[in-house]
Ligand binder design. Sequence first.
Ligand SMILES: Cc1cc2nc3c(=O)[nH]c(=O)nc-3n(C[C@H](O)[C@H](O)[C@H](O)COP(=O)(O)OP(=O)(O)OC[C@H]3O[C@@H](n4cnc5c(N)ncnc54)[C@H](O)[C@@H]3O)c2cc1C
Length: 226
Amino acid sequence: MDNGLSGFISRLPLKPRPLLNKQEIKPGVYVLRFERNHDFLPGQVVGITTDQSIAPRLYSICSGTNEDWIEILFNVKEDGILTPLLAQLEIGDLVEVSRPFGAFLGDEKPAWWIAAGTGVAPYRSMLRSGLGNNKKLIHGGRTSDSFYFDTEMKEAFGQDYIRCCSQESGEGLYHGRLTNWLRDHNELPKNHMFYLCGSAEMVVEVRDILISKGVVIEQVMSEIYF
Ligand SMILES: Cc1cc2nc3c(=O)[nH]c(=O)nc-3n(C[C@H](O)[C@H](O)[C@H](O)COP(=O)(O)OP(=O)(O)OC[C@H]3O[C@@H](n4cnc5c(N)ncnc54)[C@H](O)[C@@H]3O)c2cc1C
């Protein structure tokens, strides 16, 4: 028996939930909405699969705690097992969903929310759950269409919404990786929390930059997508 994280994930109890909506918000990037099974805290994840013979994968909930459904955001990995199947689901199909869990939790305190790619998902949940005050959102992506939920985020955060685009330049975009944007900022706010969400490489690099600028590790919360 596998007692590691993958063993924990593969043993998550799952319940079938009908898919209520599927939206392709950018090419190959989808928001799925399904019936809500439990209450959750903003920042938590669910395990999801299409069929109990395929081990569930974890997805951050990207909807708010007061909404009647649960939404997740994902991008299709062409060589992945589950995401191509999720992209083919039709409204009414059953999705196998676990209870929500996880400790990457938003709160009311001032914070910088830092995301790469689909790592913006938990911040949308936190925003929609009423935790958007005193927050700055720094989102990194390769191309100008990588900034999922940008309309909503622009409206919520205004100047405190920073889009770092590594491969394209454009109006309102910082041209470069989000790690470069952070390196360019010598003055980081004291007594703020820093939330990091995305790939392991991004999380480790950002954590090291923050620490080199005087942030203490207790101020850093991370969620690694693997
Ligand atoms: C806490 C957490 C939260 C997450 N939240 C989100 C989210 O909100 N949105 C989101 O899009 N993703 C999220 N993820 C990632 C998600 O769980 C899946 O890993 C992702 O969607 C890919 O699933 P898949 O089945 O399509 O790919 P998989 O089949 O799992 O493969 C993933 C990649 O790994 C490669 N791979 C697979 N097996 C091997 C191997 N043995 N050796 C080398 N390479 C291999 C594949 O080629 C592919 O590129 C999260 C992950 C975690 C841990």
